[in-house]
Design a protein around this ligand. Structure first.
Ligand SMILES: Nc1ncnc2c1ncn2[C@@H]1O[C@H](COP(=O)(O)OP(=O)(O)OP(=O)(O)O)[C@@H](O)[C@H]1O
Ligand SMILES: [Mg+2]
Length: 598
């Protein structure tokens, strides 16, 4: 968890590659982007037009000395002003609407890309990215990119256009007076630079404080029962209190930057206006400046300062987006998929794998989850077509690892696994996964109906589903559920028992009809009646298939054609139950320890 949060600290203030990458997501929405830019241009022109036009009205309609008042001109001017205001409003709406639309679509695209990338990742890659972290990336980090669009790109362009436009308008109206307004530019720039440094530091402090709070929360709340059982409430509250206090300080620090920055900019804005009024009044009195120009100056200067006031906040948004974007793109770029032989050869040469029982051969397989920590050290064994073998070994011997390798959740470090004489790495993943079905120790059921959980996307008829369930004795309990096959399983299927979950997993095997089944027998203890049912169901599910069963029950072991005893990363003994007991080796010892009480 920690390294996820550490990336907050190393991120650059501004990274043009990240910005470029974010912007590249606009490509599919070019038309909308053009519309947005055009609307921005028009609304900015409108905003600048209004004070300039008011100036004209004041000077040519109101303050006219030698002419009779022209009311029709005044009315016309009012109509023009009204239309200009309305137009500005409409275009400004179009701008905000279109940029938000782009931002939302880009977010959707990035979320989808992240999700698809995650689903395709090898287990090796996934083991380095805890699920919680990926979820944060999908939600929080993508949201920072949204803010980047709406608050940074959208308003940055607008602010820039307004500021440049205001300067042009000022020099156009009165170059002399415009020079006066430039006097305050250096202090404004100085304050902006100061605030940028302060905002950056405050932002970093705030981020690290908030990530400390988050990680502490998720850990303690995740383990809330342990906290309760070991009476750690008081201590946890104290520890949380410290981190919470730090977050408060960091937040206040950030607020402090905003709270000082805004009034200082306000002050500078008013000083500029005061200078303009003082200087402008002088000019006006000496008749070298019209009153309209003076009034236009005041509103233009206010317009100039408005974007400056928001700089500190926008800077923080930019920082978050850089951090968020960096994490999102790092994850997308680190794409480590399971190498797939591809779909190309699926149709013809691989179809036998889907249907026929094939021999499974492990040839001198070596494997380590982490370099240097070998779990399997030259494992070799053969399972004949249609044969059921049992794998036994002490806990941690690498039994589940064998399933992970055969299903290619992980790939062997060296050696080969052959399926019908063919290296499984040369078999397209899709057909491999259709041919081999693992039944895991903990049956994973999705929230959805019983039916959906058995089909898992296969287009099976209700009859087929029911037949599969009858075969493995699951029909009985399913039909007693409130909505039968339509009963919605709660999250992690907590509304059915663990024995029932296992029956469902056998129904899946029948429904999917794989040629090879690898079964990690559940260790959870179940009442003897259900136990007997599960034994029967398993026999049905495995009948006629090549199967490797990691056996935890004596009855399963005795049913197996052969038993392989795994120890030290290799098969140390092989044979039937009676043979192995007679041999009085590792198996005999294991048997006395684990199974004799049965
Ligand atoms: N994803 C993983 N990353 C790193 N090490 C792992 C991983 N999965 C398992 N291991 C390690 O590999 C070894 C073998 O684990 P495995 O799950 O294959 O044991 P097992 O024989 O199935 O044990 P059990 O009977 O308890 O299920 C263990 O020492 C375990 O710590
Ligand atoms: Mg295991």
């Amino acid at each position: 968890m920690s390294d996820y949060f550490e990336t907050d600290e190393v991120v650059k203030e501004y990274d043009s590659r990240i910005t470029g990458r974010i912007i590249s997501y606009i490509k599919p929405y070019k038309a909308l982007a053009v519309l947005s830019l055009a609307a921005l241009g028009v609304s900015t022109l409108g905003e600048l037009f209004i004070p300039v036009f008011i100036r004209r009205v004041i000077d040519t309609v109101i303050f006219v000395k030698d002419r009779a008042p022209d009311f029709s001109l005044l009315h016309r001017s009012c109509v023009i002003l009204f239309l200009a205001l309305l137009g500005t409003l409409v275009f400004s709406f179009v701008h905000v609407w279109s940029i938000s639309l782009i931002a939302q679509r880009v977010m959707r695209d990035i979320r989808l890309a992240l999700f698809e990338t995650t689903l395709g990742q090898s287990s090796a890659a996934l083991s380095r990215h805890p699920v919680g972290r990926i979820v944060t990336r999908l939600t929080g980090d993508v949201e920072t990119i949204n803010e980047f669009f709406t608050q940074v790109i959208g308003s940055f362009l607008k602010d820039f256009a307004v500021m440049v436009g205001v300067l042009i308008a000022l020099f156009f109206l009165s170059p002399k007076l415009a020079l006066v307004t430039l006097v305050t530019v250096p202090p404004v720039a100085a304050v902006a630079v100061w605030s940028r440094v302060k905002a950056r530091d405050a932002f970093r402090r705030q981020r690290s404080a908030s990530s400390l709070v988050n990680s502490y929360l998720s850990e303690r709340l995740g383990g809330v029962q342990v906290v309760q059982l070991f009476c750690r409430e008081q201590q946890s509250a104290t520890e949380f209190g410290t981190r919470n206090g730090e977050l408060l300080d960091a937040n206040l620090g950030e607020m402090y930057v905003y709270a000082t920055f805004r009034p200082v900019i306000d002050l500078l804005c008013n000083v500029t206006i005061a200078l303009v009024i003082a200087w402008g009044a002088n000019l006006a009195l000496s008749a070298s400046l019209s009153p309209g120009v003076l009034i236009a100056f005041i509103s233009l200067i206010t317009m100039f300062f408005t974007p400056v006031q928001d700089i500190a906040e926008k800077y923080t948004t930019l920082q978050s987006a850089m951090a968020g974007g960096e994490r999102v793109f790092k994850f997308l770029d680190a794409d480590e998929r399971i190498p797939d032989a591809g779909e190309a050869s699926l149709s013809t040469s691989d179809s036998p794998i889907l249907k026929r029982a094939l021999p499974v051969v492990f040839q001198d397989v070596r494997f380590a989850y982490k370099p240097g920590e070998d779990i399997l050290r030259g494992l070799s064994f053969t399972v004949k077509p249609g044969e059921m073998i049992a794998l036994v070994g002490y806990t941690g011997a690498g039994k589940t690892t064998i399933i992970n390798l055969l299903t290619r959740l992980w790939d062997v470090s060296s050696g080969r696994i052959l399926l019908g004489g063919r290296d499984i790495r040369d078999v397209p993943l899709a057909s491999l996964h259709r041919g081999i079905l693992p039944v895991l120790q903990d049956v994973f059921l999705f929230s959805g109906t019983v039916r959906d959980n058995i089909c898992l996307g296969l287009p099976l008829s209700d009859d087929e589903v029911e037949r599969a369930c009858r075969t493995v004795y699951a029909h009985g309990f399913i039909s007693r559920l409130p909505q039968g096959y339509g009963t919605v399983l709660a999250e992690s299927a907590s509304n059915i028992s663990s024995g029932q979950r296992q029956l469902l997993s056998f129904a899946r095997v029948i429904a999917h009809d794989p040629a090879i089944v690898v079964l990690d027998e559940a260790t959870s203890s179940i009442d003897t009646e259900t136990e007997g049912l599960i034994q029967l169901a398993m026999k049905q599910a495995l009948a006629g298939r090549t199967s490797i069963v990691i056996a935890h029950r004596l009855s399963t072991i005795k049913d197996a054609a052969r038993i392989l005893v795994l120890s030290g990363g290799v098969v140390v003994e092989e044979g039937t139950h009676d043979e192995l007991v007679a041999r009085n080796g590792v198996y005999a010892k294991l048997y006395r320890l684990q199974y004799s009480e049965e």
